[in-house]
Design a protein around this ligand. Structure first.
Ligand SMILES: Nc1nc2c(ncn2[C@@H]2O[C@H](COP(=O)(O)OP(=O)(O)OP(=O)(O)O)[C@@H](O)[C@H]2O)c(=O)[nH]1
Ligand SMILES: [Mg+2]
Length: 247
């Protein structure tokens, strides 16, 4: 068994869409991890300086496969395909808009993954942050996959797994949009992988600033997460409309 001092071949992948304010800090911080990762940025044809800044900070920047948006799923799939070429042990996804990312987050997520199959970050969040998690993802998981209801952040963008796990999940045809995060959680659990969540402290991220005055901006995300959970519930035989909602 590998111990906690093991240094792994790690790739950190950031999906990005117009993240010029935070991408430099994100890449530099990830590179300070003791695992000394390679960094891949899978960009969504950003119209700002994200690509230039990412390249200047040593990331391998690729563009996602097409201009369909939102496409976090397309970007994550592309990132895994790219990481396979790097002969890696582990792949860690991180959101690029996190303002308070520290190298410790990377080390904790990766080290936690040495003795399990998938590690996911959870956080303390502002009361108005993460409404899709609070009002869509967690309640729907409670109904259809109650054994997963202890996961605090089923939409966490901070997820680490061995490359074999990602490859196997990739073969199961993940969704293209915002449903990808909860899809990875459900499919990994249904495949019998051991998944744990680790606490990373407070999450400060710029996307919250986009919707804190108008949560309606998250309607597309809500729709895609909802649809993904329903599809997963059908696939895994979890739809039972005779059951009452637990009070
Ligand atoms: N390549 C790519 N990246 C995307 C796309 N949409 C979002 N991203 C990136 O994915 C990461 C997560 O997106 P955010 O907008 O921060 O969403 P979130 O924080 O998961 O969700 P909220 O908690 O609701 O804000 C960020 O690094 C975005 O730049 C996309 O269509 N393509
Ligand atoms: Mg965000």
């Amino acid at each position: 068994m590998k111990n906690q001092e093991t240094v792994l071949k790690l790739v950190v992948i950031f999906p990005t869409k117009n993240e010029e304010d935070t991408i430099e800090h994100a890449i530099r911080t990830a590179k300070k991890s003791r695992h000394q990762p390679e960094v891949i940025v899978v960009d969504a044809y950003s119209s700002d300086n994200t690509v230039k800044i990412a390249r200047d900070n040593g990331a391998n920047v690729i563009q996602q496969d097409n201009r369909m948006f939102p496409a976090k799923g397309i970007a994550m799939k592309k990132g895994i395909e790219q990481a396979i070429n790097y002969n890696v042990d582990m792949v860690l996804f991180l959101d690029a808009d996190i303002k308070n990312l520290t190298p410790d987050w990377v080390d904790k997520l990766v080290d936690g993954c040495i003795n399990c199959d998938m590690v996911r970050g959870y956080y303390q969040r502002h009361a108005l942050d993460a409404p899709v998690t609070k009002l869509i993802a967690r309640p729907m998981i409670q109904i259809f996959f109650p054994e997963l209801s202890h996961f605090e952040q089923p939409l966490s963008g901070e997820v680490c797994a061995r490359i074999e796990v990602w490859k196997r999940l990739l073969d199961q045809n993940p969704p293209d949009g915002w449903g990808i995060d909860v899809w990875f959680l459900i499919e990994a659990a249904m495949a019998g992988y051991q998944i744990k969540e680790i606490f990373l402290g407070i999450k400060e991220h710029t996307s919250f600033e986009d919707y804190r005055e108008d949560v309606g901006k998250l309607a597309k995300m809500a729709e895609q997460v909802e649809f993904t959970i329903i599809k997963e519930a059908v696939k895994h035989g979890r739809i039972d409309l005779h059951k009452d909602v637990k009070t």
